[in-house]
Design a protein around this ligand. Sequence first.
Ligand code: PMP
Length: 457
Amino acid sequence: RAPRAPYVDPEAGAAVKAADRAHVFHSWSAQGLIDPLAVAGAEGAYFWDYDGNRYLDFTSGLVFTNIGYQHPVVVAAIQEQAGKLATFAPAFAIEARSEAARLIAARTPGDLDKIFFTNGGAEAVENAVRMARVHTGRTKVLSAYRSYHGATSTAINLTGDPRRWASDTGSAGVVRFWAPFLYRSPFYATTEAEECARALQHLEDTLAFEGPSTVAAVVLETIPGTAGIMPPPPGYLAGVREICDRYGIVFVLDEVMAGFGRTGAWFAADHDGVVPDLMTFAKGVNSGYVPLGGVAINAEIAATFETRPYPGGLTYSGHPLACAAAVATLGVMEDEKTVENAAHLGEHVLGPGLRELAGRHPSVGEVRGLGAFWALELVRDRETREPLVPYNATGEANAPMAAFGAACRKNGLWPFINMNRTHVVPACTLTEAEAKEGLAVLDEALFVADEHTVEGV
Ligand code: PMP
């Protein structure tokens, strides 16, 4: 079914693969158990290997190519910046950097008008926490289970994901709490309103026992992404905002994955009209063409550092190539109405299409999301909600998800798979025809997952 790739060169692919296997140490992997695909090229929502296979990328890399691969405007802007000024130290005012900061600040909500640049999401989270601690003079930080904030020391410690266990040595003052997730409610709630009220009460209780005057920050993904794309119930984020205000706690929203158009708004917080004190971003800011992330800082916290030095920095903060890519990306998103396209896809194509699949396939326990940001929760039993595979399953135990993934790839779709879920997170520039092509492949692959359900056996 997959269209042929633009060219075929298996020998070149084999050489790339051999050098990779000999020398590249891959993240999150048992090096001897992986078999990375050798990729020859990419364009728009597709990439291809050296063997004539082309894939529709329903992962946008790691949920970052919001405008797709190889956008000519962004590629040209990087080339132009490289010719003009390829690199320069962060202490200077550089056109690409100041322009990127101006454009980002114009899109972030409220008074989040100062931008601290980093090279990615984890560094953004590290610095947001540092800012909150220095600003408040407090050390404790609250973060949620079922979250992902990055793999550096503090960021992995804030991450409420089982992958944390192996590398987390604990960092002083991090306390985790439960954020709302109605499908597997930590509060045994049965309605959104109940889940919201109980989650807010749980945060209040956690603060009461930790001592609110010792807490520097509450850190949340606006919509938890890696952990399962779980939009919070209406009112939850506004409730957290109110609690943070009451206790003088810095409210940090992590928009590394959900920001820059992914949800059909510039930022996920825009849907709720909630303005955090600090907002972290990365990925979609320049579609990952050159590593870039940052923290958008509100006026009050920025004022703290007007006369007092900020105790942190990075050699490549606001790298000219990354910033030029951001300026170009933001221009493309305006010109091509990328944010509107993501909203349209979610409302009229992906949302209805995925719900239709859920109606037909007993393996789909829940469909949730918005924009170009969706998760299908695959289950063995829709009644009990038993996941299709256990948490952190490997080998035989993970066979049903592995078979589902293989069925997608065989038919030209590259799926995002995490535990018992597949996330549908394509480029925000995806066309309706491409979305329908992907939905048709998912439909077929779900029959494979259905075979592992109580209804299917
Ligand atoms: N925060 C969130 C919400 C993320 O999704 C990620 C990456 N998936 C990070 C932080 C970490 O970003 P990076 O991998 O660029 O360090």
